[in-house]
Each structure stands twice: as structure tokens, then as C-alpha cells.
Design a protein around this ligand. Sequence first.
Ligand code: SF4
Ligand code: SF3
Length: 550
Amino acid sequence: MSMFCFQCQETAGGTGCTRRGVCGKESEVANIQDLLIYLCKGISIFSNRARELEIENPKVNKFIIDSLFMTITNANFDKADFIRKIKEGFEVREEIKRQLEEAGGSITDTLPDCATWYAEDEADFDLKAGSAEVGVLATQDEDKRSLKELVTYGLKGMAAYTEHAFNLGFENPEIYAFMQKGLALIADDYLSADELVGLVLECGKYGVEAMALLDKANTETYGHPVMSRVNIGIRENPGILISGHDLKDMEELLEQTRDTGVDVYTHGEMLPANYYPAFKKYPHFVGNYGNAWWKQNEEFEKFNGPILMTTNCIIPPRDSYRDRVFTTGTVGYPGLTHIPDRKPGQAKDFSEIIVLAKKSLPPVELEKGEIIGGFAHNQVLALADKVIAAVQSGVLKKFLVMAGCDGRMKSRQYYTEFAQKLPQDTVILTAGCAKYRYNKLNLGEIEGIPRVLDAGQCNDSYSLAVIALKLKEVLGLDDINQLPISYNIAWYEQKAVIVLLALLYLGVKNIHLGPTLPAFLSPNVANVLVEKFNLGGITNVDDDLKLLLA
Ligand code: SF4
Ligand code: SF3
């Protein structure tokens, strides 16, 4: 075994990647990612002590969210980036220690290795990264390991959303405090399994906070998403394809490509940018090209122009288009050009991408037509009268929340079939890249309400919760579980973990999670989730339809 990672749904054999990731992550990268998380735990021990003395260090806060985000599945494959980050972490650690000491706090008593270790060069890093005390398997007890990793993955998802909000100038110090508290608590082995369960649930609470913060950041900056028909065809100009979740990058790219003769298209999780009023004013913003992340190999090849990856999911690029892929933010891949972070008060500089676009051929047409979306909370609540009338008259019997992620596995065909077989009196509520399994099926509408309501990116699952809570209020129900809503959620990476924990925190029960349950849930931890929340997996379309429509 040269690594151990089981954080995503596609983990090898449904148990763990041990030699190389199914995602393409090399063992050296997997190990150094673990080492970065290890360092984050150590820094958090100091920053928690400092916080008790009312010291808040913005560098620590930013370092922790960056680091957690970098280790999300399909975000960064570049070992050099992690080495740089760890070196930065040592400096951050020194600074917070200094502040703590100056304020009279202790920087010596009962410190675990993660708070004290240091390494100089790459060989030392490798040695440490591969050692037994670092990484998932360092926790011997299977259930504690499971709970600690559940917290860690929840924090990674939370960090991603917090980072996007940060990029738009929105912060919530309570989220930072919780992240660092969580990391410090799981650094050691003194929490009981019950206490760890408590921490998992608290993680859900801050998951809601992080999604609410990002919702506020996105909507206050770019307006509330509105019902939109998004072009999925092409035009004659060369184009730039932008993927990932970061709307600030989207805005700056649109600004810089204005009047250049270059068009802009979204891919994957950037599709919902098409729903925001602020982006509709750009005539060169054409629409969406292609599908979910895992089809990028073929689709990037056909796009012909440059591609900008603002977040996960990037997959190892083929040589045929590798020269055209640019990374930015937390994304990294060896050999690809990285667009540096913005300097204070300035925009990122996308000129290199634009120069390349001008020399590129226009995209090859993949399909024609339009898809509909933009049903975040504000838009759905604007249609509330219609929706409630449809529910009360019985023409709309059930909502199915099918949010989450898409992935490569053949078994995900289940979601297409499930959507196709749903009766006409049902509506799908979705968010995240899971939607690509059914958003082009033309499932029709119910009295003007489309049968697939896409709220946006995975973080916009928050909208689905807002909608559910509003429906509960209007229908005069006491419990969110009395609503005519069933949950059939698809997961892949760690953002889906925080979405799940957030839903559990909001009291949602009977969630079905597929296509497989996480490998990081030990049998006992899975049982706790079944007992407390009636969480379940999926079986086959026909049986699940019966169950979920009952
Ligand atoms: Fe394996 Fe997923 Fe980890 Fe990649 S992220 S190494 S596929 S478990
Ligand atoms: Fe997708 Fe990677 Fe999860 Fe944001 S882009 S939902 S998988």
C-alpha cells in the first residue's frame, strides 16, 4: 500500500485507493495532501487557543480554507503546489504561535506531533507524508476513523463554499472558528465516538451557514437567479470554456473578453452562471457547452478553444487539448498554465487565455437547443402561488430532490432511468452536476411548472432547503418530513458530503444516497445514520420508485 484515500464515491473497489487514485491522483500527491491536512490540524490547535484569547488571524483562516479546498477530489494534482502550501503553513504556524505566546497563551503543553513537526526539503516531506502517523489510517479504531473522516470531508466541502464567498468579499468568522475547532478536535484521539457524532452534526449546522453565506455573496453580487433558457448550441466565433464553481472568475473573464470577438461558454458546474442577471448583459456569453465533469476529455477536445478550470472537477488532460487548459485558484495540474491569484484591488489577468482563444477555431457543435434552469429560492418563491395551487389541487403530487454530483460509473444511468420513469405528477428539484443525467430529457411541465427545477450549483442545494422550509410554513406543517418531498441524492465528492450533513442538520429524514454509500462509513457509523435519520442507499429504479413515491 503506497497511499490510502477513500474520500470519494469512485474509490477503488468501493473500499479505498491504495496505489493510485481512480481519479488519477498519484500516491505521492495523495500522501502530501494528507500531510497538508495534518498540518492544518496542528495550526488549528494554536489558533483555537488564540481565539480563546480573542486573537483572530486572517492568514490562518485563509490558509485553512485554501488547504482543505485544495485536497478535494479532482481539484489539484500538482505535488509542487502542496509543497509550497505546506511551506506557507509553517510560516502561518509560526505567526499564530507568536501571537499566542505574546498574549500569554501556552505554545508548549500537550502538543501532538501535527502541531510540532517540521520538514526542510522534498525528501523530508515525502518521508513524513508516507509515515504512519499521517493520513487516514493513523486512527486505528474503525468507527472513530470513519467519524473523523466524515468531519474532515464535511469541512472540505464547507471550505470550498467559504472560499467562493471570500472571493466575493463575504466572510463569517463563526465558520472559520468551527473549522479550526473541528480540525483540532480530530487531531487527537481523546474524543469518544459519541462526541464525534456530535461534531458531525455540528458540521452540518455550519454547512448550512456556509451555503447561506455563499448564497448571500452570489445573490448580492450578481442578483437572484431567474428562470432562464440556456443555449446549448454554438456560434461561429472562437470561444473560451469556463468550468468549476467560481463566479468571481466568471465575472472577470466576461469583462476581459468584452468586444474581443471571443465568445464565452460554461461547462459542468458553471452552467448556473447563465441564470444570474449580472451575466446576462454580456452579448458574447453564449450558453453552456457539454455536460458534467467526467465527459471533459471528449468535450474539451472538441471545443477547440482554451478552457479555464476555476475549481474541481479537473481530470488528467489528454495530450490533444492539454495545451489549452488553464487552471486558477485552488486548481492545479502539473504542466498546465496557472493563472495567478488577484493582487489586492486588481482582477486576475486572463489575457494569455484570450490571446490563445483568438488563434483558435470555433467549437465543434455537440448539440442544439436549450435547457431551462434558474430555480433558486427567489425564483421558486415568486412562483409559490402556482406551485401551492398545483400541490393543493393534486396535479403535483410529489417533489423529488435529486441534487448532488454526477460521475463516471455506469451505474449512474440509474438516475436517468429514475427521472424518465417518474410519473407526470412529480417534479424534480435539483442542484449540482447530478442534473446532467436528466436535464436534457424534455420531461415537460405541470401547469407551467417545468418538471425539472434546477436551482444551480451544488451549493445551491441551500435553495432547495429554503424552498422546503417555505412550503412547510405555507402548508402549515410542523415537520419538514411531512412535506410531499422525497430525497434521492447522488454523491461523488466532498461537497456532497457537506450538503448531506446540512440536510441532516435541518432535520430531513429518509434520504436515499447513491449510487453507493460512502466507503468511509464504517458499518457502525452507517447504522447510527440509519437509526437517527433513516438514511438509506438505492436499489433498483422500480423498487425505489415505489418506495419514494409512497
Ligand atoms: Fe481514490 Fe477518490 Fe481518493 Fe481519487 S479522490 S484517490 S478516486 S478515493
Ligand atoms: Fe460536480 Fe465535481 Fe460534485 Fe459541485 S463539479 S457537484 S462533482
